[in-house]
Design a protein around this ligand. Structure first.
Ligand code: ADE
Length: 246
């Protein structure tokens, strides 16, 4: 990061702070924080409950199954960490826009511009609509299925963002050829091999052992294109080259 720039902070509001901390302290997200390329603040929404039982949810007005997260703890937890009025405050919910590579880069820009990004882990049946109106600026889903809570989605978002912060990935993490990398056309990555050269009769393709870098690069890009075509034809845009024969 450039000198003088503040370390960006990802703030996660959750009912399960230990679960969130454990993941953020592990692997690449943990290393990034140790290198001061990002910071995490994990906030326990229960700390903003207004009763001695630390209640954060209640039954729905009008009846119906399922508990609803109450508005005061959610709003006050956000207000306790939000530094800027225009901070992006994401609620993880199956009703949100689907998270993808384009959104990753957009949220990364936002994090770097504003210095903070707030993630509220949704729970129970949902949150009181007034919390949405008062503090949520964006709703994000990680796919069309329902999880038990918003912690895993928030961690998915945080991980995808952190690995894109400059300096976080090292050469051995090999980000440049990740699947979906837009600079590479947004398609899937090719297949990869390591030692041994043969296992149970299965051999590493000869070209990879040839030492001929030009041929290796061409093989990899052809494989990536045909994988994309076969597995994700929706990503194989013939005009962009990847996934096409041209
Ligand atoms: N909460 C529960 N399921 C979810 C999903 N698929 N995406 C985001 N938040 C969620």
């Amino acid at each position: 990061m450039s000198k003088g720039a503040e370390t960006p902070v990802i703030k996660v509001l959750t009912l399960f702070p230990e679960m969130v901390r454990t993941v953020l302290e592990t692997s690449i997200p943990g290393r990034a924080a140790k290198q001061d390329l990002v910071r995490y603040e994990v906030v326990d929404i229960r700390d903003f409950s207004v009763d001695k039982h630390r209640t954060v949810d209640d039954t729905a007005y009008g009846g119906g199954a399922g508990m609803i997260m109450m508005v005061p703890p959610v709003v006050e937890a956000v207000e306790s960490v939000r530094k800027r009025d225009d901070a992006t405050v994401i609620l993880t919910t199956p009703q949100g826009a689907t998270f993808d590579e384009v959104m990753t880069l957009d949220l990364l820009d936002d994090l770097q511009l504003k210095g903070e990004l707030i993630l509220i882990c949704g729970h129970y049946k949902g949150i009181d609509e007034r919390a949405r109106e008062l503090v949520v600026t964006r709703e994000v889903s990680i796919g069309d299925y329902v999880l038990s809570g918003g912690e895993l989605p928030a961690l998915v978002i945080a991980d995808a963002l952190v690995r894109r912060i400059e300096g976080v990935l090292h050469n051995e993490d090999s980000a440049g050829n990740d699947s979906f990398t837009l600079a590479r056309g947004g398609g899937l990555d090719c297949q990869w091999y390591t030692k041994p050269p043969e296992y149970r009769g299965l051999k590493v393709p000869d070209v990879l052992l040839s030492g001929h870098h030009g041929n290796i690069e061409k093989w990899r890009s052809d494989q990536a294109a045909s994988r994309t075509r076969n597995r994700r034809p929706d990503l194989a845009d013939p005009d962009e080259g990847i996934g096409s024969d041209t």
